[in-house]
Write a protein that binds this ligand. Structure first.
Ligand SMILES: [Zn+2]
Length: 129
C-alpha cells in the first residue's frame, strides 16, 4: 500500500485492520440474526392473518414488527458497508483521512469508530461512496 502523501501514517494500519475485520465479522453475525428475525416476523404476519379470527386492530402490531426487523437489517447492512469501505481504504492507502476535507482523522476518533470516513468537523456530512 502507498504511504500517505506526507509520509506519516495517521494510525497503525495493522491495528485498524484488526479492529475493522473484527467489527465486520460481528456485523455478519448480527445481520444473520436480524435476517432470521425478519423472516420470523413476516412468517408470523402471514401465518396469523385470519387464522385466529384476529381483530383487525392487532394487525398493525405485526406489521410494525416486520418493519422494525427490516429496519435493523438495513441499518446493519449500511454499517457493514461502511466497515468494508474502510477496509478498502486501508488497502488503497487512503485510510485515516477525512473523505470531505482530506485532513487526518484523529486517533481517538478512529479508535472509537475505526470505520468513520470523516473527521469530527465533517461527522455529519454525508459521504457518497
Ligand atoms: Zn473533514
Amino acid at each position: 500500500m502507498r504511504p500517505a502523501p506526507d509520509g506519516r501514517t495517521p494510525v497503525d494500519p495493522d491495528r485498524a485492520r484488526q479492529l475493522l475485520t473484527g467489527e465486520l465479522s460481528a456485523l455478519d453475525d448480527r445481520l444473520r440474526a436480524a435476517e432470521d428475525n425478519r423472516a420470523e416476523a413476516s412468517a408470523d404476519t402471514l401465518g396469523q392473518e385470519g387464522a385466529l379470527g384476529q381483530h383487525p386492530g392487532d394487525y398493525g402490531t405485526e406489521v410494525n414488527t416486520t418493519m422494525e426487523a427490516d429496519l435493523s437489517v438495513t441499518t446493519l447492512s449500511e454499517q457493514r458497508r461502511r466497515v468494508q469501505d474502510a477496509i478498502d481504504r486501508l488497502d488503497e492507502g487512503g485510510y485515516g483521512r477525512c473523505a470531505v476535507c482530506g485532513r487526518e482523522i484523529d486517533d481517538e476518533r478512529l479508535e472509537a469508530r475505526p470505520e468513520v470516513p470523516t473527521c469530527r468537523e465533517h461527522a455529519d456530512t454525508p459521504v457518497v461512496t
